[in-house]
Ligand binder design. Structure first.
Ligand code: UTP
Ligand code: MG
Length: 605
């Protein structure tokens, strides 16, 4: 298809405009000519229809009752057929062209939004609800599509029919013409009035629908928690309340519609009836011919009857405009600049990292990291130890620039981190998240995720071996081609973590971040992974976050954190030598293990 090329290049940001109609017009970039052609076809179809009535008039007045030759009759007959063909042909053409515009624009919008949403910052995603995003990328795009496919073209049709038929009637008889459209200004005013009302109602309706899909989406992702806490009734009630609210708002919307219909129908009906009667009187008095009357009664229908739809169309168009706004709100959000940075690094980095009085806060006024300073040489390993919520994850998330630090400075190889393009930083950082996420794809795809080049099986196996998961994967029925998640195997927490480790290792990163990466792995397997990592990580900078002393004791540098600060630092030996939190944690863990061992022994006896 021809649209695929500008799907890639068209930037929806260009379509942002303070005026929504203007925005929609801009959004049609690339399709405008087609849309204009759709409107032209509409005009031709309308003219053909009107011409049919004029031909009818000619037939009644000039052919019927005269001794017209057969050839003339045939000619008129052919005229009717020709006009009918013309009308249906161009009606079809206009619908088709409008649909092409609508589908193309919607396709492009969905692609753009999907791409755009992925490029928004972490802080944006922290704030916005998934259901809300889904709603905007689906239901709102759909409303815009309908705007182009049905509504805008429908409105054009009403206007064209009005103009063409009005001119035709006016040419026949002016006094009949103006009396036939008396009600039109009233219809337009009423429609406009409803337009304002319904626009607000629709906005409220869409918001509620978004709330409902958020509720649904959260319940589904959290279904285990819901079941575990036996909260089904509570959740059901919450859903029912949201659903009920949606029902109320939907009902209100329909109520507005149903108010409009009878009033516009009565007005339009009365107008047409009035026209018929007036025309008949004029015909009886001989002011117009019978043929003119016949033609008039056909054409007046096409002036007035479509007008009834004006209100409905304006109402629906308002939904398209509201949806445009909702989409535009996302488009307006600044993307996270991936490849922008005033420092253009050459080749891979060495991995020397210096934190100098770094502070960070997710929300202003609530510092999460406070005055962090340390120096990590290339290839060193740094371990972070500390109570939950002490800021360990937040600290390592600064390195790939998921978030930007608010004070102080971080340098990588001597260059300020903020000067690096994010893409470059991230391409060489392997991160095993605290709660790794695997896609519903095969295990192999999950491990090879995001490497950006063809990967041989051997490489995948090597990474999996290092993460002590190779044998486990082979024990699955389809091995590396086993699907993860809903349609495939359900992995345990520890298996997930190890696949995530393999995924990070395969990227061959200069910096490896293991955020509690072995928390769900048994100590023995963890030992295996640690040994493999030590081999693999030689010459790379590693950050290890862990709660177990064994996981961190081999690190070159151990930072003990509490409430966003570093409260103790050193290597295992030096930290053990001083009385402080580290030794306390060590002794506590040793004692727990001793007690466990004792209990095990006594239970064996
Ligand atoms: P961290 O997530 O950095 O703590 O949150 P941590 O040390 O890694 O904790 P564990 O061991 O994984 O449990 C530090 C603080 O930052 C806040 C949290 O509420 C916490 O107080 N925070 C975290 C946010 O405000 N926003 C976030 O997106 C994440
Ligand atoms: Mg954490």
């Amino acid at each position: 298809m021809t649209i695929s090329s500008d799907v890639a290049t068209f930037d929806l940001k260009q379509a942002l405009a303070p005026n929504r109609l203007q925005g929609l017009w801009k959004m049609m970039t690339g399709f405008r000519l087609i849309y204009v052609m759709a409107t032209l076809s509409l005009g031709i179809a309308a003219i053909s229809k009107t011409a049919t009535y004029l031909l009818l008039r000619y037939f009644i007045d000039k052919v019927l009752g005269t001794n017209a030759p057969l050839s003339k009759l045939i000619l008129v007959g052919l005229g009717f057929v020709g006009l009918a063909l013309l009308e249906s042909g161009f009606t079809f053409l206009s619908g088709w062209l409008a649909a092409k515009t609508a589908e193309g624009t919607a396709l492009r919008m969905r692609n753009y939004l999907y791409d755009h949403i992925q490029r928004l910052s972490f802080s944006y995603h922290d704030k916005i609800q998934t259901g809300e995003l889904i709603q905007r990328a689906t239901s709102d795009v759909e409303a815009v599509r309908r705007f182009f496919a049905d509504q805008a073209i429908g409105l054009g049709r009403i206007v064209v029919l009005f103009i063409v038929n009005f001119i035709a009637i006016a040419k026949l008889n002016w006094s009949l013409a103006w009396r036939s459209v008396l009600v039109v200004p009233v219809l337009v005013i009423i429609s406009y009035f409803f337009f304002g009302k319904v626009s607000k109602r629709y906005q409220a309706y869409q918001e509620q629908e978004a709330r409902l899909s958020t509720t649904l989406q959260e319940n589904l992702s959290g279904v285990r928690v819901v079941k575990a806490f036996a909260r089904q009734d509570f959740e059901r009630q919450k859903f029912e309340e949201d659903n009920w609210e949606k029902f109320l708002r939907g009902r209100h919307l329909l109520f507005m519609h149903s108010l409009y219909w009878p009033s516009s129908d009565i007005l339009a009906g009365a107008q047409m009836l009035g026209g018929f009667v007036l025309g008949a009187i004029m015909a009886i008095r001989g002011e117009i011919t019978v043929g003119t009357y016949m033609a008039y009664s056909g054409m007046v229908i096409w002036i007035i009857w479509p007008m009834r739809n004006l209100g409905r169309l304006i109402v629906q168009m308002s939904t398209g405009l509201v949806s445009y706004n909702r989409v535009a709100e996302i488009v307006k959000e600044e993307r996270e600049a991936l490849d922008v940075g005033d420092y253009q690094p050459q080749g891979p980095y060495r991995g020397e990292i210096v934190f100098d009085h770094v502070s960070f806060a997710y929300e202003e006024g609530q510092p999460v990291l406070d005055d962090i300073s340390f120096h990590c040489l290339p290839g060193q390993s740094v371990a972070l130890l500390g109570s939950t919520g002490s800021g360990k994850t937040s600290l390592v998330n600064l390195l790939p620039r998921f978030y930007d630090y608010t004070a102080g400075s971080i340098t990588l190889d001597g260059v300020e981190l903020k000067r690096y393009p994010r893409q470059y930083l991230r391409s060489q950082i392997g991160i095993v998240e605290q709660e790794p996420f695997l896609f519903s794809r095969t295990i192999r795809e999950n491990i090879a995720y995001g490497v950006g080049r063809r990967i041989s099986d051997e490489e995948v196996f090597a990474a999996a071996r290092a993460a002590a998961i190779h044998d486990v994967i082979l024990s699955f029925p389809d091995g590396y081609n086993t699907l993860v998640g809903e349609r495939g195997v359900t992995l345990s927490g520890g298996q997930k973590q190890r696949i995530a480790i393999a995924r990070a290792l395969l990227r061959d990163p200069r910096i490896l971040i293991l955020d509690d990466a072995t928390s769900s792995v048994d100590p023995e397997t963890e030992g295996d992974i640690r040994a493999a990592l030590r081999r693999l990580m030689a010459g790379r900078t590693t950050f290890i976050i862990a709660h177990r002393i064994q996981s961190v004791m081999n690190a070159d540098q151990i930072l003990v954190m509490d409430k966003g600060r570093i409260i103790q630092r050193g290597d295992h030996a030096s930290l053990m030598a001083e009385a402080g939190p580290y030794r306390r944690i060590y002794e506590m863990q040793a004692r727990i293990e001793e007690e466990l061992a004792d209990e095990l022994e006594s239970s064996v006896d």
